[in-house]
Ligand binder design. Structure first.
Ligand code: TPP
Ligand code: MG
Length: 477
């Protein structure tokens, strides 16, 4: 039985590319970890009726894997104790060979995927089933996000809003990861994940109100456009100071654990963010504190104009998890079904085993970095077009749901025209809503504002009166 589990475990390990945190003796450690992973993957799948799989899977639970640390030294039990250093954290074997660890693995970490570029299910793939209802919502929200990005981007070009960030090319990471979470899971975003908020029910009007900085904006117009936040949707306000959100997410996850909540924290960041000190502090802190946090890295190839070849020499971001003792997986970020499955499994492990999980999602930033950027100055149009057309995550998932008989061309045109109408209407409404008063800039931070804030407010009012031509007149004084 143990042998069978081990074989199945290795099979799944190679399929899902899950990295165990320990690298000592695949004989027990990997089967321990992967065996848990298997719990969500029934051996027999009903492909004609995936809804049936969903109900089976959704009820599965993980067991605890607390035994790991206790077993660390067991492989040395028969070795002469003089050849083993009994060191904190586990026994270390001595070797007379002077051997440096290689700076890289022989082979790059494989990337877990379920759907090929044409939306065909890869044979023998291992994934968490979704109901037709969830699959349609994943697809509809991906289309909505893509359409919102196109329309808001145009609104910025027309001078109607000052700034915008698109998530084009990263719709599957946004929506499918959100679908695998529950509303109790706290989301701590970077800035290219508005789809998580969309999935949770933030309305198109709320998106538009934030971008237009009007009175409908729950941030009271204090943030740049696309810097959303919503307490109601358990979604921290966007942190565009790169990676500063990561230690916050770990602290929040630790508090969820202390309170015994059936929830985790989920934080998103980019390949560029992985070079910040905060990333390293957060991973280490999470591992040591056994915090239920999922780190989702959107490795989209670029940090503004810096390509990943100038960002790191490691095999991407996934390998760093193991260095910190964090279980990790590399996923095809343009495969919604793979993203859904990996995050679903990560959530189960994070919560039931109190451990952080790192997910590196490989993708591509199809749009410019923001509206302040022109990416054709530093990368070829051919490269962008290749990803936009051949690897579009939305089309890929559409093909899969169509093949399942869950989607039709009528549903497609109805969805697209309805979303477009709603968005255009939301923009028109947002433009007409009054702006928040200037006084709002100074409120809500202090219970009793200090005198220097009063002085600054006075100076601002005087400056606006002296130079009205330099300030937008729409903000009530
Ligand atoms: C601490 C900090 N340093 C620099 C910047 C400027 N900056 C804004 S976005 C960005 C690139 C981030 O790239 P990545 O993390 O890969 O995310 P992506 O934009 O690709 O989604 C940089 C350097 C910043 N906002 N904060
Ligand atoms: Mg990036």
């Amino acid at each position: 039985m143990a042998m069978r589990m081990r074989n199945v475990a290795n099979h799944v390990k190679s399929r899902m590319g899950l990295l165990s945190v320990t690298n000592h003796g695949a004989s027990f450690s990997s089967s321990t970890h992967i065996g848990k992973f298997l719990a969500i993957s029934p051996p027999v799948r009903d492909f004609k009726n995936p809804d049936a799989n969903f109900s089976k899977i959704a009820t599965c639970r993980f067991e605890s894997t607390k035994a790991d640390s206790g077993r660390l030294g067991s492989q040395y039990s028969s070795i002469d104790s003089n050849q083993v250093l009994d060191f904190p954290g586990g026994k270390v074997a001595f070797t007379p060979e002077m051997k440096f660890l290689s700076e890289s693995l022989k082979e790059r970490i494989p990337c877990y995927r379920v759907l090929d570029d044409n939306g065909q299910l890869i044979e023998d793939s291992n994934f968490v089933g979704v109901s037709s209802e969830i699959a349609r919502k994943i697809y509809s929200d991906m289309v909505t996000l893509q359409t919102m990005d196109t329309i808001f981007y145009e609104a910025q070009r027309q001078g109607r809003i000052s700034f915008y960030v698109t998530a084009i090319g990263e719709e599957a990471i946004n929506i499918a990861s959100a679908a695998a979470l529950t509303i109790d899971d706290l989301v701590v975003p970077q800035y290219r994940e508005p789809g998580v908020l969309l999935w949770r029910g933030f309305t198109l009007q709320e998106f538009a109100d934030q971008c237009f900085s009007n009175r409908g904006d729950s941030c009271k117009g204090r943030q740049m456009p696309a810097h959303y936040g919503s307490k109601k949707h358990n979604y921290f306000t966007v942190a565009s100071t790169i990676a500063s959100q990561l230690p916050h997410a770990v602290g929040a996850a630790y508090s969820l654990k202390m309170d015994g909540k059936d929830a985790c924290a989920v934080t998103y960041f980019g390949d560029g963010g992985s070079s910040e000190g905060d990333f390293h502090a957060a991973l280490n802190f999470a591992a040591v504190m056994e915090a239920p946090v999922i780190f989702i890295c959107r490795n989209n190839g670029w940090a503004i104009s810096t390509p990943i070849s100038d960002q790191f020499r490691s095999d991407g971001v996934v390998v760093r998890g193991q260095a910190y003792g964090v279980r990790s997986i590399r996923v095809d970020g343009n495969d919604a079904l793979a993203m859904y499955s990996a995050v679903y499994a990560a959530r189960q492990m994070a919560i039931s085993e109190h451990r952080p999980i790192l997910v590196e999602a490989l993708t591509y930033r199809v749009g410019h970095h923001t509206t302040s950027d022109d990416s054709t100055k530093y990368r070829s149009v051919d490269e962008i077009e290749r990803w936009r057309l051949a690897r579009d995550p939305v089309t890929r998932f559409q093909k899969w749901i169509e093949n399942n008989g869950w989607w039709s061309s009528e549903a497609e045109s109805e969805l697209r025209s309805s979303v477009r109408k709603q968005l255009l209407n939301a923009i028109q409404v947002a433009e007409r809503v009054e702006k928040p008063p200037v006084a709002n800039i100074f409120s809500d931070v202090y219970d009793i504002p200090p005198s220097n804030l009063f002085e600054q407010e006075k100076w601002l009012r005087e400056a606006i009166k002296r130079h009205p031509q330099d300030y937008p007149s729409v903000f009530p004084l």
